[in-house]
Ligand binder design. Structure first.
Ligand code: DGL
Length: 253
């Protein structure tokens, strides 16, 4: 049985953990919500790197053999540094821009993510590599992380907030919307409702979490890190701040 650390700035990474658990049911997971420092989206790269060193040291002290950055912003800011400084394998979020670009029929795709992710080299390099002939529009999901952390996933407040960032992308003709922040899948019902209300019921939202889970399984296999389909799954949930959001969100997955 492998010990795997999964981190996010808050509860968003649970949208990745639920996919990981489906294909690796027998591992020991430690989920770390860094909610005392959430959101990461507007923080400096240095700040996020410092948090990631702290969290990685904690996981390694707990015997973790691999670590998942279930956070696009942390992946963008810190994964290259972590791979240089630590020996364990790191799996990060990949912006799902490639499937969005290959599947669009309107020729316009939208990306919702944090400021940190959209400004990062990783996202911009991937976009520039695949975007030829397709228009890629970006928007920060303003207030989305706060909605999810506070448990406000539906209703007028959630709809109004979501609409402000989604509408410009839909108005411009995007038929594929990449969810480039792991908090955003928790708003999927509201995103779909708002899109339908704006006359775009067929827009497709793309969540990279299943692909990230498959990548983790491949890395564990490649590195010979033992998995045991018959072992009893175990997950510890740790929070650097108030655990209320984590407790509330665990019930949804
Ligand atoms: N869930 C995170 C991400 O995927 C971070 C959100 C935030 O803390 O701003 O980017």
């Amino acid at each position: 049985m492998a010990i795997i650390g999964i981190m996010d700035s808050g509860v968003g990474g649970l949208s990745v953990y639920r996919e990981i658990r489906k294909i690796l049911p027998g591992e020991h997971f430690i989920y770390f919500s860094d909610n005392a420092h959430c959101p990461y989206g507007e923080k400096s790269r240095e700040y996020i790197i410092d948090r990631l060193r702290h969290i990685t040291d904690y996981f390694i002290g707990r015997g973790a053999q691999a670590m998942v950055l279930a956070c696009n912003t942390a992946t963008s800011a810190a994964i290259a540094m972590l791979r240089e400084e630590y020996e364990i394998p790191f799996v990060g979020m990949e912006p799902a821009i490639k499937p969005a670009i290959s599947d669009t029929t309107s020729g316009t795709v939208g990306v919702l993510a944090t400021h940190g992710t959209l400004q990062g080299d990783k996202y911009q390099t991937t976009r520039d590599k695949y975007a030829e002939g397709v228009r890629v529009l970006e928007h920060v999901g303003e207030g989305f992380v706060e909605l999810v952390e506070s448990g406000c996933l539906e209703g007028p407040e959630a709809e109004d907030t979501v609409k402000k960032s989604l509408k410009p992308l839909l108005d411009a003709g995007a038929d594929r919307i990449v969810l480039g922040c792991t908090h955003y899948p928790f708003l999927l019902d509201t995103l779909r409702k708002v899109a339908a209300g704006l006359g775009h019921p067929d827009v497709v939202f793309i969540d990279p979490a299943p692909a990230v889970a498959r990548q983790l399984a491949a890395v564990l296999k490649e590195k010979g890190i033992g998995t045991d389909p018959l072992a009893r799954p175990e997950t510890e949930f740790i929070s650097s701040g108030d655990p209320a959001a984590l407790k509330r969100t665990i019930k949804l997955i």
